[in-house]
Design a protein around this ligand. Structure first.
Ligand SMILES: [Zn+2]
Length: 140
C-alpha cells in the first residue's frame, strides 16, 4: 500500500490528490489477509502529507462463542499525518517530528499506508465478536 508522494511534496501547500485503494495486506500473524478497498485524499500541509479517507477492510476474527473463524467487515475513518524525512528541494534530511510514533515518508518519498491501516484495524476490531447475533456456540 505504497504511494509515491515526491510530486505532491513539491506542490504548494493545500494541494491534494485522490487515490483509490484496492489491495490486500497481511496482518501481524501473517495468516490473515485483509482485503482493503477505499479512497484516500492526500493533502500537502506546511509540514506533512495529511491522509484522509474511508477504507473498508475485512478481517478474519474468531467468534467468541463458537470459535469459528468468520470475516468481519470494518470501515476505518483514517486521518493521519505523514512526515517527510528528506527535503525534496535541498536533499537534506529532516529531523523527525516531535510527536511520538508519528508516521513518516521514507527517503524515496514513498508513503506507506500499510502500518496505519493495520493499527486502525486493530483498534476497530471489537474485543468479543460473534459470527452472528444469535450464535449459541457449538455446545448447545
Ligand atoms: Zn459463533
Amino acid at each position: 500500500m505504497q504511494i509515491n508522494v515526491s510530486q505532491l511534496l513539491r506542490d504548494s501547500i493545500g494541494s491534494s490528490r485522490d487515490y483509490k485503494i484496492n489491495e490486500t495486506i497481511d496482518s501481524d500473524n501473517d495468516s490473515v489477509i485483509i482485503p482493503v478497498k477505499g479512497e484516500v485524499k492526500l493533502t500537502r500541509t506546511n509540514r506533512s502529507i495529511l491522509v484522509q479517507g474511508k477504507i473498508h477492510v475485512s478481517v478474519e476474527v474468531i467468534c467468541a462463542r463458537c470459535l469459528d473463524i468468520f470475516s468481519y467487515p470494518l470501515t476505518l475513518n483514517i486521518e493521519e499525518e505523514f512526515f517527510p524525512t528528506l527535503d525534496t528541494s535541498s536533499g537534506y534530511t529532516i529531523p523527525p517530528p516531535e510527536e511520538q510514533d508519528s508516521f513518516t515518508i521514507d527517503e524515496h518519498q514513498i508513503l506507506d499506508l500499510t502500518e496505519a491501516i493495520r493499527q486502525y484495524t486493530l483498534l476497530a476490531i471489537p474485543m468479543k465478536s460473534l459470527c452472528r447475533e444469535a450464535c449459541n456456540g457449538h455446545l448447545l
